[in-house]
Design a protein around this ligand. Structure first.
Ligand SMILES: Nc1ncnc2c1ncn2[C@@H]1O[C@H](COP(=O)(O)OP(=O)(O)OP(=O)(O)O)[C@@H](O)[C@H]1O
Ligand SMILES: Cc1ncsc1CCO
Ligand SMILES: [Mg+2]
Length: 269
């Protein structure tokens, strides 16, 4: 990997990318703070009147369907068109896409528009891959390992990098795959950290040449910061501020030294 997580973090901090985040009402503030603490510049610009124009000046766009509406979808499609016209990557977070017919339809429509990265929990990725999912609402209820084959297939069929998060994360482009260890069981007890990670994937994608390296970089940054914050937190409540501190404190050197990234090997058939 030429673009190590630390190399990408150094690039991100040298020239903080503007990341246009179309996210849900729950995540809005948390995700903006996460992106800022990591070193990039978030902007929650989502309305159809300006989303396309704004994407023309953003380094990347992220789309999260957590609090879905027709208005949101119109703004998202405008932003995606703007990113496409500007030659910039966009990232999809298919929140609870298994839950309703409307979510399944919108998620499938958005995958067809060609995100560079899809980031979701295992229940969401299983559903997108057309497999049975134990998920109900926004929280993942399947182990990541169960979603790995589906993630590989989804990546191959869609041409996207697929990042599945949970206790041990999995990233694949359909051929290359890695598992990333670290983080904390307190992370899923803090709402919208996955949504925030999707926005950070946008920040890394803005500075990376390869969306696979971008996804690995963002997930590794979360994993290293999560492990560090776990050692300081007293529980779910104090984890949040320690996590923001850790995202900021992780330097490019620390990131490359502490990231636990295991190659799963190439699947070419
Ligand atoms: N049990 C765990 N141990 C360590 N890290 C975890 C664990 N569960 C989740 N994480 C980490 O938490 C972060 C968010 O992933 P998660 O799968 O919880 O997202 P999500 O379900 O989409 O969250 P949300 O929808 O609430 O934003 C990732 O960095 C992931 O690695
Ligand atoms: C709780 C919640 N509901 C819709 S989106 C969201 C944030 C976590 O995905
Ligand atoms: Mg989520």
């Amino acid at each position: 990997m030429t673009e190590t997580p630390g190399t990408l973090l150094a690039a991100l901090r040298a020239e903080p990318p503007l990341v246009q985040c179309l996210t849900n009402y729950v995540a809005m503030n948390i995700a903006a703070n996460v992106v800022l603490a990591a070193g990039a510049s978030p902007a929650m610009v989502a309305d159809i009147e300006e989303a396309e124009e704004f994407a023309g000046i953003a380094g990347a766009v992220t789309v999260n369907i957590g609090t879905l509406s027709e208005t949101f979808v119109a703004g998202a499609k405008a932003a995606i068109a703007g990113a496409g016209a500007a030659g910039r990557p966009w990232v999809l977070d298919p929140v609870a896409c298994q839950a309703t017919a409307y979510r399944r339809q919108v998620a499938a429509d958005l995958v067809a528009l060609g995100p560079a990265i899809i980031r979701g929990n295992a229940s969401e990725i299983l559903s997108l891959a057309g497999e049975a999912s134990q998920g109900q609402g926004v929280d993942g209820r399947d182990p990541v390992t169960v979603a790995e084959d589906g993630a590989r297939r989804l990546a191959k069929e869609s041409g996207c990098v697929v990042a599945v998060t949970g206790a041990v994360d999995f990233v694949t482009d359909g051929v290359r795959s890695v598992r990333i260890e670290g983080g904390s069981p307190l992370m899923p007890m803090n709402t919208a950290l996955g949504c925030s990670l999707t926005c950070l994937c946008g920040a890394y994608a803005a500075v990376a040449g390869d969306p696979f390296d971008a996804a690995v970089g963002a997930l590794a940054h979360f994993a290293v910061a999560g492990t560090r914050a776990h050692g300081k937190a007293e529980g779910a409540g104090t984890f949040g501020p320690h996590f923001l501190d850790a995202l900021q404190a992780v330097s490019p050197e620390i990131l490359d030294a502490e990231a636990i990234i295991n190659n799963v090997g190439e699947v070419t058939s």
